[in-house]
Structures are given as structure tokens and as C-alpha cells.
Design a protein around this ligand. Structure first.
Ligand code: SF4
Length: 138
């Protein structure tokens, strides 16, 4: 099977703080499959490291109010295209990210509070009928 995966889960240092979210569980789950690593925030032109972002009233922004909505949505669009062109049947995504979160995301108050909902990329994948899994479901 062809499986796209949030690149940070595979150990790519594309996380906002310059680190990664390597998951042994995910790595073992995708072993033997064709893997397509994807990071919509980097694809959208954002630097690493970068300021953390949350979705505030539908707009992705930094804590100081700077909007990065355009970069997030452009990155999600390009990443969707990459997933489709690769023929991925499943996308495994990092929990809680404003791009990749599937089940819950931070609520836009930058206080570590979670609410139900999806990140920009996860929502776009779901809207395009592409099967997604939150890493916590692995
Ligand atoms: S955008 Fe997704 S793949 Fe990129 S660092 Fe954030 S959670 Fe990981």
C-alpha cells in the first residue's frame, strides 16, 4: 500500500521548534509499505524553526496575531496534490497540529487547551475523501 505520513513522525526535523515527532509505532506500522513523507507547513514555504501557530477563529496565526493562514492553506493544497499524485490510499497524521491534527487541535488561546476539530491539511484530506488516521489510532 502507498501511505503518506506526516514527515515529523518519520523523524524529519520539520517541527516548528526544529525537532521531530518520531514515532516507533508509526514506523513499525508503515514498514513494508511505500511511504510518502509530507509536511504541509514546510511545503507552504514556512521556515524551520518557526513560531508555533494555532487556528484562531478560523485563521491560522502566531501568538502575536501574525497571520500564516495563506502559507498553511497553500501548503495543504500542494501537499494534497502530492498525496494524490503518489496514489496514497491512507495518510497518517500527527496529533494536535494546526495542519495535521485529525481528532483535536489547540483552541487558539495558546494555553495548551484542546478542542475537537481538524488541522488545515487534515480537513482538506477528509474533504477530498482521502482516508486519514491520527497517529494515536495506530
Ligand atoms: S505540519 Fe504536520 S508534518 Fe509538518 S511538522 Fe507539523 S505536524 Fe509535522
Amino acid at each position: 500500500m502507498i501511505i503518506a505520513v506526516s514527515a515529523c513522525l518519520l523523524g524529519d526535523n520539520c517541527k516548528y521548534n526544529g525537532g521531530n515527532n518520531y514515532s516507533k509505532k508509526v514506523a513499525e506500522y508503515v514498514m513494508g509499505h511505500d511511504i510518502v513523507p509530507v509536511c504541509p507547513e514546510v511545503i507552504g514555504g514556512l521556515p524551520t524553526p518557526r513560531e508555533p501557530s494555532e487556528i484562531v477563529n478560523g485563521i491560522v496565526m502566531h501568538k502575536d496575531g501574525t497571520s500564516v493562514d495563506e502559507e498553511f492553506r497553500r501548503g495543504a493544497d500542494i501537499a494534497l496534490k502530492k498525496v494524490k499524485e503518489a496514489g496514497a490510499e491512507l495518510v497518517i497524521l500527527r496529533s494536535r497540529s494546526p495542519s495535521c491534527g485529525v481528532r483535536s487541535i489547540y483552541d487558539g488561546t495558546f494555553t495548551g487547551t484542546l478542542v475537537g476539530g481538524q488541522g488545515v491539511f487534515a480537513k482538506l484530506l477528509i474533504d477530498n475523501n482521502i482516508k486519514v488516521l491520527d497517529e494515536s489510532e495506530i
